[in-house]
Design a protein around this ligand. Structure first.
Ligand code: URA
Length: 259
């Protein structure tokens, strides 16, 4: 009698909904719903409930966007103090944000804050997540508190809201709220170098203190300067949800332009 051939059991292959839930895309149930809704692809092919994948070698996409399946990913939220650089090797040997978070695994900052800017900074070893947050097409909102050297006039407030001319082009309209005569809350979704300082400069003001208070849906007013915490699963999901919305909007705009 011929030997029975048993299929090889590949222990690396996990159910797709289990991989999604482990990566923080929701509960097992809601990840099953993502599969049922046809939102998930493995290696470019639509995945159905019950499909398995190898997170080490297979690619995973949600709503057409490839997501990382690596384990060991970490996501920190640091309240950066003033006078600290975001780079790892500063020629002047100044203190780096890397000194405030665990050394292993090695992380990098998502986007940048100037030496003198304080406030929220995300640090991670997830390149795709960082790319999603910083890519201009995603339009992730960043909110800053700006202390100015003088009183902001109505006309200056209106200019900031409309957009001002900078040497690398005009800025998009910004949300600007005057909290007191010299204290402004500004929300922008571009990530240009020293953008807020240059915008204030363009309307004739010097920034005395600049604090980032929100990145997309992420905020925390209880984190003291120099303190960090891990991002909550709900925050990771919220970032992914908000950027997904942006992808849908920018695709719709591209389609409308072509028509
Ligand atoms: N805008 C600035 O001018 N500086 C920052 O660090 C961040 C935004």
């Amino acid at each position: 009698m011929a030997d029975i051939e048993y299929p090889e059991v590949d222990s690396n292959r996990e159910r797709v909904q289990k991989v999604l839930a482990r990566l923080g895309y929701g509960s097992r149930r809601s990840c099953e719903e993502m599969l049922l809704a046809g939102r998930v692809e493995v290696n470019g092919s639509l995945a159905v409930l019950g499909d398995r994948m190898d997170p080490e070698t297979d690619t995973l996409s949600i709503d057409g966007i490839q997501v990382s399946t690596q384990t060991g990913l970490v996501y920190y939220l640091l309240n950066k103090p003033s006078g600290v650089v975001v780079t790892s090797n500063d020629p002047q040997g100044r203190k780096s944000v890397l000194e405030f978070v665990p050394k292993e695994p090695r992380v990098f900052s998502v986007g940048r804050l100037d030496l003198l800017t304080e406030g929220l900074l995300i640090m991670t070893n997830d390149g795709e997540f960082a790319h999603t947050l910083t890519h201009p097409s995603m339009g992730v909102e960043k909110e800053y508190l700006v202390h100015l050297d003088g009183v902001l006039k109505r006309s200056e407030l209106a200019s900031l809201r409309r957009g001002v001319d900078l040497d690398d082009g005009p800025t998009y309209p910004a949300k600007v709220r005057l909290l007191s005569p010299s204290l402004v809350k500004i929300t922008i979704h571009e990530g240009r170098n020293r953008q807020v300082r240059r915008m204030m400069d363009a309307v004739g003001h010097r920034v005395i203190r600049l604090v980032r208070t929100r990145i997309g849906p992420i905020t925390d007013d209880r984190l003291a300067p120099g303190e960090y915490r891990s991002l909550f699963q709900s925050e990771l999901i919220a970032v992914r949800e908000s950027t997904k919305l942006e992808v849908a909007v920018s695709r719709a705009k591209r389609r409308a332009r072509k028509e």
